[in-house]
Ligand binder design. Structure first.
Ligand code: DX5
Ligand code: ZN
Length: 219
């Protein structure tokens, strides 16, 4: 079984202190950093882009797990690779040609992540499973932190886990949206090995990041 990893979303961090926040996450035992990139078009919210990622990358040696909620995404992949993203996750709906975009991410020797919205079926990625490093299952409609977890997406996690075992594939299964201490065990049992969390990590237990990471990992 893969090790359970926590990827805190900096969407819930103090944006005026991002460098410090990332250093705190590293010290607290985060396994990677989840960076939510939103364009106000693919999703109804706007966040940060390559210059901020480039600046933050200098503050940390952690893996940068960059979740691109931008459309069209293809022409921007290079910019995020150059900025220091280690995992580049895109949504199939945001590109005209998913296979080309996968190749583009690989061209820069980055890990390929594909994200499925709650309504997106796994059929879209079945032909690409052997080229994908990570599948990001959205458990909220993307756009904002602090939303309520949608348990119905767990069927997709279970299905993917089954296919992974049958076909002896090695992709990570990551989940994003509304993850908390009440549902972490359920998502891990369903087959998730990377948990993204913003609100729970930064706001629970008076912002005790270390404790919150440990609690999420311990199920
Ligand atoms: C939603 C983002 C998530 C979000 C998670 O569009 O992709 O990463 O910030 O935040 P919480 O844990 O608060 O749901
Ligand atoms: Zn995200």
């Amino acid at each position: 079984m893969k090790k359970i990893q926590i990827s805190p979303s900096i969407l819930s961090a103090d944006f005026s202190q991002l460098g410090n926040e990332i250093r705190k996450l590293e010290e607290a035992g985060a396994d990677m950093i989840h960076v939510d990139v939103m364009d106000g078009h693919f999703v109804p919210n706007l966040t940060i882009g390559p210059p901020v990622i480039k600046a933050l990358k200098k503050q940390s040696s952690m893996i940068f797990d960059v979740h691109l909620m931008i459309s069209p995404v293809h022409k921007y992949i290079k910019d995020y690779a150059d900025a220091g993203a280690d995992i580049i996750t895109i949504h199939p709906e945001a590109t005209e040609d998913l296979s080309l975009s996968i190749l583009e991410i690989k061209k820069f020797k980055k890990k390929v992540g594909i994200s499925l919205n709650p309504k997106t079926k796994i059929d879209v990625i079945l032909n690409f499973l052997n080229q994908i490093d990570l599948i990001l299952i959205m458990s909220v409609n993307p756009g904002f932190g602090g939303q309520k977890f949608m348990p119905e997406v767990l069927n997709k996690v279970r299905e993917l886990k089954k296919i992974q075992i049958e076909k002896k594939l090695n992709f990570d299964i990551e989940i994003d949206g509304g993850i908390n201490f009440d549902n972490s065990k359920t998502v891990i049992d369903a087959g998730v090995n990377i948990l993204v969390s913003g609100t729970t990590i930064f706001k629970s237990n008076n912002g005790d990041i270390k404790k919150n990471i440990e609690l999420l990992k311990s199920k």
